[in-house]
Each structure stands twice: as structure tokens, then as C-alpha cells.
Design a protein around this ligand. Structure first.
Ligand code: PMP
Length: 302
């Protein structure tokens, strides 16, 4: 759980409104049917001021998610990018978490949703927090949404019923996060992050076709591994491979790169942050912090 730290404004349907006035009607369609798509983006402090990491890629994924759910976003990518930087700029200096949401507003009620009622909002608030210790994972008894049920490649609010069921159960059992398996029993992802295993110096992660969110941090890590000369393989991973890996880590915009020390109480060989995880975490921090000239294209200055 992360407490909200209110900012001055929220961008709603084309204009900045005061934080407390950013309200919706209780009969908002998305509230009843979970039909909305969203993004989680971060702006980091760099030597040149605030910069948003891979903003264009996040907006592109938002639009792809919206397409799955038949919602036409009535703004161009450039307009959404300008809205995001305007909003962050209006909030003053410091790191930010940014949450665009595309949803169906008030207007009708029923499963045959009124798809013309598309609304767009973007919120940004101060958020520096990141896990500082290694995580212990518990395999969830809940399976990841099946691709033919609720496709995990779209970041839809309703899909997070599955993530929250798994995360809450794991936290109640004393773990940091859940490891979710696909319907076929392969490793998919955690409640809100992608999973990587390191075995004999090779980086392994499940392919997107297996039913995971195509994480932007995941794709960043694959590129950084390539630059660092770390071999990578995208392939289906059996559950038990999580018990024999040398290193395991999670990737996500909110958490960055978090080393995993155990899965179901089986400790990784390195029992925490191994050398491959550490090298990639350092490279990632440099990229988001604007300290890597090669990663400059990934940053949008505010
Ligand atoms: N999987 C799930 C289910 C997620 O919610 C997230 C967070 N958006 C991720 C993976 C990681 O994606 P990203 O690196 O783009 O934040």
C-alpha cells in the first residue's frame, strides 16, 4: 500500500482541476464493470531537472490497452505527453509517480457498455519510495488471468482483481509478493511486476505470448543486458525453475529492480542480490537518473 500525497492539480479531460475537485459520479460505468485501462509512469530527478522515463512507450501501451477494450482515446500521443509534462511541471520539483487512466464515465448502465463515454485523466504525485530489501515470494493459489479470458497484455483495471487477490494473500501469509503461474503452470509474473531468473549467468524471462504484461522495465532490462553482454533467453519457465535459480529479480516502473531472496522459502543460490541483478540494477538506475548518455532517448524532460 502506498499512501497518496496530494498534489495541487489533476488533469481531467483536457484541463487541470484542483486535486479535491477531481471527482466522478458513483454511476461511472468503469466503477461498476472494471472497464478502464491505465499506466504507471515515473518521473525521476536528473541533473537537468525532472525527466519522465520512456513516456512515449507508456502512452503507446496505454493506447494499445484501450484498443483491446474498444476505447478511442480522444487525444493524440503528443497531446497526452504534453499534458503529462505540464502536470508534472505544475507540481514543482522532485520525483513523481504518474497515473493516466482511460475510463467510461456516467451515461448508461449495463454490460453493453456505452463506449462513447470515454474519459481521460492523469494524476501525478510525489513518490520516491522504492523497496530497499530483497523480497520473499509466495506462489499464489490464484492462476494469472488466462489470455483468452482477460488478456494480461492489456493493462486493464479489472484485470487487477487477479493481482490483488494474489498480492493480499501473499502479504497476509507474511511474504512480500505473489508469484503467479499461467493456466499451464508456467511462471508468468508477480502481482505487478515481471520476473527474471538467472541460471549459470544466463538471464531467463517468460515470453509475452505466455500471458504477461509486456513491461517497459522488462524491455529496458533486456536492452541493458544486451549492452552488458549478458545472454538472455525468453522462454516458458517451469515453476520449479524458481526453486533452482541462482538469482531472481522483479522489474516494474513502481519498484524498479527488486532482488528476490526466496520463492516458497527456497532461497536462491545467491540468497539475495546476485552479481547479474546488481549490474542490471545499477545500469537501470543510471538510465532513469539521466546518467547514461546511451539512455538519453528514453527520457522526456519536463
Ligand atoms: N506486470 C504487471 C501485472 C504489472 O502491473 C506491471 C506494472 N505496470 C508490470 C508487469 C511491470 O510493467 P512496467 O515495467 O511497464 O511497469
Amino acid at each position: 500500500m502506498t499512501a497518496l500525497s496530494p498534489a495541487e492539480f489533476i488533469w481531467m479531460d483536457g484541463r487541470l482541476v484542483p486535486w479535491d475537485d477531481a471527482q466522478v459520479h458513483v454511476l461511472t460505468q468503469s466503477l461498476h464493470y472494471g472497464w478502464a485501462v491505465y499506466e504507471g509512469i515515473r518521473a525521476h530527478e536528473t541533473a537537468a531537472g525532472q525527466a519522465v522515463f520512456r513516456l512515449r512507450d507508456h502512452i503507446a501501451r496505454l493506447r494499445r490497452s484501450a484498443r483491446v477494450y474498444l476505447m478511442d482515446i480522444p487525444y493524440t500521443d503528443d497531446e497526452l505527453i504534453a499534458a503529462t509534462t505540464e502536470l508534472i511541471g505544475a507540481g514543482g520539483p522532485g520525483p513523481r509517480y504518474v497515473r493516466p487512466l482511460v475510463y467510461l464515465g456516467y451515461g448508461s448502465m449495463g454490460v453493453a457498455l456505452d463506449l462513447s463515454a470515454v474519459r481521460v485523466t492523469i494524476a501525478a504525485w510525489a513518490w520516491e519510495e522504492q523497496p530497499t530489501r530483497n523480497w520473499r515470494l509466495m506462489t499464489s493459489s490464484w492462476r494469472r488471468n488466462h489470455q483468452d479470458t482477460i488478456p494480461p497484455l492489456a493493462k486493464a483495471t479489472g484485470a487487477y482483481l487477479n493481482s490483488s487477490l494474489a498480492k493480499i494473500a501473499a502479504v497476509r501469509a507474511g511474504y512480500d509478493d505473489a508469484l503467479l503461474l499461467t493456466a499451464s503452470g508456467h511462471i508468468s509474473e508477480s502481482s505487478a511486476a515481471n520476473v527474471f531468473l538467472v541460471s549459470s549467468g544466463v538471464l531467463h524471462t517468460p515470453p509475452v505470448e505466455q500471458g504477461i504484461l509486456p513491461g517497459i522495465t522488462r524491455s529496458t532490462v533486456l536492452e541493458l543486458a544486451d549492452v552488458a553482454g549478458i545472454p538472455t533467453v525468453e522462454r516458458p519457465l517451469s515453476h520449479a525453475e524458481a526453486y533452482t535459480a541462482d538469482e531472481i529479480f522483479l522489474t516494474g516502473t513502481a519498484i524498479g529492480i527488486v532482488p528476490v531472496e526466496s520463492v516458497d522459502d527456497r532461497r536462491t543460490t545467491t540468497e539475495g542480490c546476485g552479481p547479474v541483478t546488481e549490474a542490471l540494477r545499477d545500469a537501470y538506475r543510471e538510465a532513469v537518473g539521466g546518467k547514461s548518455p546511451a539512455a538519453a532517448d528514453w527520457l522526456t524532460e519536463v
